[in-house]
Design a protein around this ligand. Structure first.
Ligand SMILES: [Zn+2]
Length: 101
């Protein structure tokens, strides 16, 4: 998956920005890293917004990537625990869908 790393400080993001929001001088450069990571925290969503109502309940997890100092917000269909390994399944409407490894 693509991440964006600042060329003058340690800021990393999964979304592209024009300049670095941390040091405000660096430029973010795209980098390809493995999407595999570890579940850092998660929330079970039982009452979903209208567009996701048909797939509720589901889990929103914060995934700490193995290869970069960045966390990805991802939707997961399986129950997860903190510390579980997870991998990117697919992108859907701009959202990351992860599955437990
Ligand atoms: Zn920076």
């Amino acid at each position: 998956m693509k991440i964006f790393k600042c060329n003058s400080c340690d800021y990393v993001s999964v979304s592209s920005k024009y300049t670095c929001p941390q040091c405000r001088t660096g430029k973010l450069e795209a980098q390809e890293v493995s999407p595999i990571g570890t579940v850092f925290s998660f929330t079970d969503i039982h009452i979903a917004p209208a567009e996701f109502a048909d797939i509720a309940p589901y889990t929103i997890a914060l995934i700490q990537l193995d290869e970069a100092n960045v966390k990805v917000t991802a939707r997961m269909d399986d129950p997860v625990q903190i510390g579980d390994k997870a991998d990117l399944d697919k992108m859907e409407n701009g959202a990351y869908l992860y599955t437990k490894l």
